[in-house]
Design a protein around this ligand. Structure first.
Ligand SMILES: Nc1ncnc2c1ncn2[C@@H]1O[C@H](COP(=O)(O)OP(=O)(O)OP(=O)(O)O)[C@@H](O)[C@H]1O
Length: 859
């Protein structure tokens, strides 16, 4: 039975097996649909040797049979297919030809059906190559003049833009892929053929993991050695159980609790690493995400200022797998905002991002592992050699049970892929701009993401390097990834498959092939286009795009689903960490120590600072050192307070100076690592431990140089015969508290340049409120303010040991400072207060760090 009859809206087509048929909104298609949910080239029907088959051509809204989204469907008499929506999308019915009806060839549909009135005058002769005449009606070089806007061919009603049938309100299951589709199917991986099938024996346990002893081995470093178990119960129920995996087990995009379990239905999907599993009958279908996935955005809108200001305006675009997309636009047009919305860093207020037809926002916990983001700034410590930096980064990103050898092997693979193997031992800072960008890309490739986003990777690069980087991105896309690059450089745009031009106001001005873009705008150079954006800021660029034929071809079907408020997955799911907290702290400490050792300048200053400050204090003349003065002068020794003041303020400065740039200088790295699972407290702890050790050593050097040439007090208050030790401990505690204060500044500021003035200011304030320059106790307000100063408690700490009240007592009007009393209790109080201030600073750092994190990671 070679022929098949397709019936649509009362019209019939008898198909001939000698040719194939195209279905879509394209007026050149064999079956033309005027429904905006149908893609331009939606599907095709062909004779496959044994029978008729329908192939979905990667349509945006899908092809459905019996409520299920299908990619490949055998057509037999009785088959019913819906395009664009499972329930009310245009319906095609298949039937056998009646013997007497069988016409010799394809029966042309009525002209009125095949040739919608609005298309012909704009339609290119041979889509997708644009004819020379294209774009008819695109702007002249006087564009955009009001007169042009009125004339624009698209301004008249575009029938295809208005759906012929009602648009479903929010995408019923299977209707709007990713939006309402259960479990990410009804769109998504199930549409492709399963990568493999696994039998599940009833009553048995099927273990899934990376280790070879599992029944189902998944060779993916994102998967734990023993990750999860499938249980097929004798009563017919199936169950999935997480086995304490590092990166989590996901059912329908939602993460199972660690060691949690869940019973599975036939439509449920289980996500483990790059694999997705689904039960079909008694078998387990596995789909492996190799990167070849479609990607689209619908109605992305970002509003700020309580919804008063729209900075991203209804952006929709979509690309098939292996695409390179360039995003360009004038400054402030919303490119970074778009990037943040697409990556989930700052989810859009409205709209959705579809990854392989799955809603990225609602499946973010699972899908975020498949996204790589290369920000504009380096995301590796440039003081480190490439290989070492990548190895340390790999340690943070891969599950704790990935052996070092496995991680290192992956690092070597990526180095080779990006042609960096020869440079692997070079410091990143010594590389050219283009090579540095390669290193950042290499880092992101470690976990094999399917989607890679880059923010202005070529800024600051010369034209040669610009081309080099763009060609690298082209290669990444060709190898089976989707790559989206925000760029200011237009020289190499032709390497992209699609270019998205953002207009002032955050809307789309154009989306389509780069070669057609200038023609679309009616200008010869991009400089002219950008000037037009600048000169005609109030022009309705978005409206012009919406009315264009390109919009019909490349975005209208995406817009056919109504915008809806973006839903984001609960934050709890973001807590998944590949590594345990302790392991993260340990890795970060090692990395930090390596960076400090590699940074000779910092290391030199760190050692020099306490030596110089200690030596300066030694210049202060003090005949009686830090001990009591002569008895006939009432044991007074005013010089001692000056020496102690310099040591205390020096330590304040030293501790804060160590830390003041630490967080701001690697903020981009922190932001990126936080998005891939770094713990905020682990990050802070690593800083506290390493800087704490540095600071304590500095305090020891300062104390040795400061105390060694001096007569010391006769006795301590805690360790009687070692007052120097007591005072050194106070300086160490002061250094650590000041270091925490430095971290507060570092977490607070927006730029590194702001840190130095703040450091000086804080040091001067510390000096003033010690209580050594003037009396602070007893003055309302001043005394309470001084309690906030580490220097006040530290001077009191060393002061109790030295008995500063006696050393500085005024014979006429003795007015001892209550916290300088030469008693053990006061020494302990001073130390306690230093500790408390350090804890408060730690709390503030955590709070301020949160502000610089991707919105999705704030908790
Ligand atoms: N949180 C916010 N509140 C108010 N306005 C904002 C906010 N974030 C961004 N904007 C504004 O939104 C607009 C788009 O910003 P965005 O950084 O996305 O532009 P861009 O195209 O990336 O610019 P550039 O090319 O200069 O980096 C700008 O005018 C910016 O000032």
């Amino acid at each position: 039975m070679p022929e098949l009859v397709l019936e649509l809206n009362g019209q019939t087509w008898t198909l001939d097996r000698t040719r194939s048929y195209h279905l879509g909104r394209d007026p050149q298609a064999d079956l033309v649909f005027q429904d905006s949910r149908v893609s331009w080239r939606h599907a095709s029907v062909r004779w496959a040797g044994q029978g008729w088959v329908l192939e979905d051509n990667g349509s945006t809204n899908g092809t459905f049979s019996q409520g299920q989204r299908v990619q490949h469907l055998p057509l037999v008499p009785g088959t019913v297919v819906h395009l664009g929506n499972a329930t009310d999308g245009p319906r095609i019915t298949c039937s056998a030809p009646a013997a007497q009806q069988a016409p010799p060839a394809y029966q042309q549909p009525p002209a009125a059906y095949a040739q919608p009135p609005a298309y012909p005058q704009q339609q290119p002769a041979a889509y997708p190559q644009q004819p020379a005449a294209y774009p008819q009606g695109t702007p002249s070089h006087q564009f955009p003049q009001a007169q042009h806007a009125q004339q624009a061919p698209h301004t008249p009603a575009m029938p295809a833009a208005a759906p012929a049938s009602p648009v479903p309100p929010s995408g019923p299951p299977g209707g709007a892929p990713g939006a309402g589709a259960p479990a990410g199917f009804g769109g998504g991986p199930a549409d492709r053929g399963a990568t493999s099938l696994h039998r599940i024996a009833v009553g048995k346990v099927t273990r899934i993991g990376r280790a070879l002893e599992n029944e189902l081995v998944v060779s993916d470093l994102q998967v734990s050695r023993l990750h999860a178990e499938f249980l097929a119960h004798p009563d017919g129920r199936f169950e999935i159980r997480d086995m304490g995996s590092h990166n989590g087990t996901y059912v329908n995009g939602q993460q199972l609790p660690k060691n949690g379990h869940r019973y599975l239905g036939q439509n449920d999907t289980v996500g483990i690493g790059h694999s997705t599993f689904r039960l079909v009958g008694g078998q387990l279908q596995e789909f492996v995400d190799t990167g070849e996935v479609s990607f689209s955005a619908r109605h992305l809108t970002v509003k700020v200022n309580n919804g008063q200001l729209t900075i991203l305006n209804d952006v929709s675009f979509g690309v098939p797998e292996k695409s390179l997309i360039g995003v360009i636009g004038p400054s402030g047009s919303g490119k970074s905002t778009l990037l943040r919305a697409l990556t989930g860093y700052r989810p859009a207020t409205y709209g959705e991002v579809l990854y392989d037809h799955r809603n990225l926002y609602t499946h973010f916990a699972e899908l975020r592992h498949r996204i790589g983001l290369v920000p504009q700034d380096d995301i590796l410590h440039t003081a480190l050699p490439i290989r070492q930096a990548l190895r340390l980064a790999a340690q943070l990103r891969f599950p704790g049970d990935v052996a070092e050898a496995e991680r290192n092997a992956r690092v070597e693979e990526v180095l080779a892929e990006l042609k960096l193997s020869h440079h692997a031992t070079k410091r990143i800072s010594s590389l050219s701009g283009g090579q540095r960008k390669r290193v950042s890309v290499a880092l992101e490739l470690l976990t094999k993401p399917s989607l890679i986003f880059l923010d202005e990777p070529t800024s600051g690069l010369d034209p040669g390097m610009d081309r080099d980087v763009m060609q690298l991105l082209r290669g990444l896309a060709d190898d089976g990834r989707t790559v989206l690059v925000v760029t200011h450089s237009v020289a190499e745009l032709d390497l992209c498959d699609r270019v998205l031009v953002m207009a002032p106001g955050g809307g789309v001005a154009y989306f389509g092939p780069p070669k057609e873009a200038l023609n679309f705008f009616g200008y010869e150079t991009w400089a002219d286009v950008f000037s037009a954006f600048e000169n005609y800021r109030d022009y309705d660029w978005m409206g012009r795009w919406r009315g264009s034929q390109h919009y019909q071809m490349y975005a209208a079907d995406l817009d056919a689903v109504q915008p809806q408020a973006a839903q984001f997955q609960p934050m709890a799911a973001m807590q998944q960490k590949a590594q345990s907290w302790g392991s993260q702290v340990w890795t970060l400490m090692r990395r930090y120590a390596a960076v400090i050792v590699a940074d000779r300048g910092f290391l030199g200053l760190t050692v020099a600072l306490p030596i110089v400050l200690g030596a300066v204090s030694a210049f202060i003349p003090a005949d009686y050192g830090l001990g009591y003065g002569p008895q006939d002068r009432g044991f007074r020794n005013g010089d001692a307070s000056m020496v102690l003041l310099i040591l205390v303020v020096g330590m304040c400065f030293s501790g804060a100076a160590n830390a003041v740039r630490e967080l701001i200088k690697e903020r981009v790295i922190y932001e990126r690592e936080r998005a891939v699972g770094l713990s905020r407290s682990a990050y802070l702890m690593s800083k506290v431990f390493v800087l704490g050790i540095v600071t304590v050593l500095q305090a020891a050097i300062l104390s040795i140089i400061g105390f060694a040439p001096r007569d010391m007090p006769v006795e301590g208050v805690i360790v009687e015969d070692s007052p120097a030790l007591e005072m050194t401990v106070v300086l160490m505690a002061l250094g650590c508290t000041s270091m925490m204060l430095g971290l507060v500044i570092s977490a607070l500021v927006r730029t590194s340049e702001m840190t130095m003035p703040l450091l000086v200011m804080i040091s001067v304030i510390q000096l003033v409120f010690t209580g050594a320059l003037f009396k602070v106790h007893g003055s309302l307000g001043v005394e309470q303010l001084s309690w906030l100063m580490p220097s006040r408690w530290a001077l009191a700490g060393v002061g109790t040991t030295a008995d500063l009240n006696t050393l500085t007592a005024s014979p006429e009007e003795p007015d001892p400072d209550p916290i300088w009393k030469h008693e053990a209790g006061y020494w302990l109080l001073d130390m306690l207060m230093l500790g408390l201030l350090a804890v408060i600073c730690g709390y503030l750092v955590m709070k301020f760090l949160r502000r610089h994190e991707p919105e999705v990671m704030r908790n």
